[in-house]
Design a protein around this ligand. Structure first.
Ligand SMILES: C[S@@+](CC[C@H](N)C(=O)[O-])C[C@H]1O[C@@H](n2cnc3c(N)ncnc32)[C@H](O)[C@@H]1O
Length: 425
């Protein structure tokens, strides 16, 4: 009962849907909150946090997942750079909500500087509910592991001893951070409109009403021609019909229907605009072009109508059936993309690209078992497939299997070290 009361507070105040965490994670989080606050049981925990702001914050931090890394989903930062170059409005304003410990906000600023914007021409604001995460963001000091095996860009991140890195002072001028709750209706009240909003890997933890409120608040502060970046498995077009994938961009980069027109852009005009180079090298797999996956479930796409399954004639015409499946996924035709993968696998069961894309689609649809099976098959065929391993880690976390996630992470670390001698710290 007392635990239920605590979960109700989390639902009401930060929008958390406890069902997205699973029982084991909730057990661990309650234990961590009790430990932090020195209370014996959930009854005492609830009594302690209900009227005490500091205790509440400590409790929230036990329940939230501040995990982030630099250039997470790198293709979205390439979208950001391209958009900023094409949009004349200055300052080009970027919001990262939630920012966790700042990795995303710094990555955005680096991408804009590398795209040729001067420091005064843009500003990045990072907001997170966790004061500990915001303090870390402000310190701008990171361990090597937050680069996930990528090489930190030497211009903007400087070695700071013990394998750490510190952000460059020029970068600091472009980014600010503050604490805030995405559900607070006054959170963005004084903010001028943003040209780009990153809201990645938060909505998946929220209940439907909280998700709706956060999206409404963000859309009210997004320029009509602005971009909204979603996280893994956050197919925003299924949350809000006004949103659609930005044609030519990552499948998780969204624009409003009016925005698409306001920007006067078409896929063709976008292809003509100078493409920004991806800020850092990424593993060369299908991940960059497909709707990635991580935590819980957007609504499962309706099964594809039989006619949507490409028949032999269709696939004989398609020079590259997996490129076609990616195209379908990018266009939001998830059921058809899945069917195209299955058709390809019935012809070539060892097609790693088809299996990987299928895993991403299953994961985005919330079928964790099917996704894990697909990524498992990828790894059976290609033991060095780091992206499939990353996906399995995310799936294990989603199930609350922390031990398994740690084992997989250790395996990923070994793989990265093999790929980059002297690699991750
Ligand atoms: C998984 S991190 C995502 C960070 C980053 N956007 C990314 O995708 O890498 C989730 C963050 O959401 C924050 N968070 C959770 N509920 C929040 C809320 N109601 N308002 C603001 N931040 C919240 C947590 O503190 C945590 O840092």
């Amino acid at each position: 009962m007392s635990r239920e009361a605590l979960l109700d507070l989390l639902r009401e105040r930060i929008g958390l849907d406890p069902a997205t965490l699973g029982e084991r994670v909730i057990d661990d989080a309650c234990a961590e909150a009790r430990r932090r606050l020195g209370v014996a049981d959930d009854l005492a925990l609830h009594a302690r946090v209900v009227g005490d702001g500091q205790a509440w914050t400590a409790c929230v931090e036990a329940f939230t997942v501040p995990e982030s890394w630099f250039f997470r989903a790198g293709e979205q930062f390439a979208d950001l750079a391209r958009h900023a170059r094409a949009l004349p409005a200055r300052p080009y304003r970027v919001l990262c909500l939630p920012s966790a410990a700042g990795e995303e906000a710094w990555s955005a600023a680096i991408s804009l500087l590398d795209a040729g914007l001067a420091p005064g021409e843009f500003e990045v604001l990072g907001i997170d509910v966790s004061p500990a995460a915001i303090a870390k963001a402000g310190a701008g000091l990171y361990r090597r592991s937050v680069f996930r095996g990528q090489t930190p860009p030497a211009t903007w991140l400087h070695p700071a001893g013990e394998g750490g890195y510190r952000v460059d002072p020029l970068l600091r001028r472009c980014v600010r951070f503050r604490t805030g709750n995405a559900l607070d209706p006054r959170l963005l009240a004084d903010e001028a409109p943003f040209a780009a909003v990153f809201c990645r890997n938060l909505l998946i933890y929220l209940h439907a009403d909280a998700r709706r409120r956060v999206l409404l608040a963000l859309l009210s502060r997004l320029r009509p021609d602005g971009l909204l970046f979603a996280g893994q498995a956050e197919v925003l077009s299924s949350f809000d019909q006004r949103l659609q994938p930005w044609p030519g961009g990552s499948p998780l980069t969204f624009v409003t229907a009016t925005g698409s027109r306001a920007a006067g852009e078409t896929p063709a005009s976008r292809r003509e605009s100078p493409a920004a180079p991806a800020p850092m090298p990424r593993p060369a797999t299908a991940a960059a072009a497909a709707p990635p996956a991580s935590r819980p479930p957007p609504p499962r796409p309706a099964p594809p109508p039989a006619a949507a399954v490409p028949d032999d004639a269709d696939t004989a015409v398609a020079a590259d059936p997996i490129a076609e499946a990616h195209r379908l996924a990018d266009a939001g035709r998830v059921g058809e993309a899945r069917a195209a993968c299955l058709a390809q696998l019935s012809r070539r069961p060892d097609d790693v690209a088809a299996l990987f894309l299928l895993g991403l689609l299953e994961s985005a649809a919330g079928d964790i078992d099917a996704a894990d099976r697909a990524f498992g098959q990828v790894l059976y065929l290609d033991r060095g497939h780091l992206d499939a391993l990353e996906q399995r880690i995310a799936l294990a976390e989603r199930r609350g299997e922390r031990g398994r996630a740690a084992d997989l992470r250790a395996r990923a670390g070994r793989l990265r070290n093999r790929a980059t001698p002297g690699g991750a710290a």
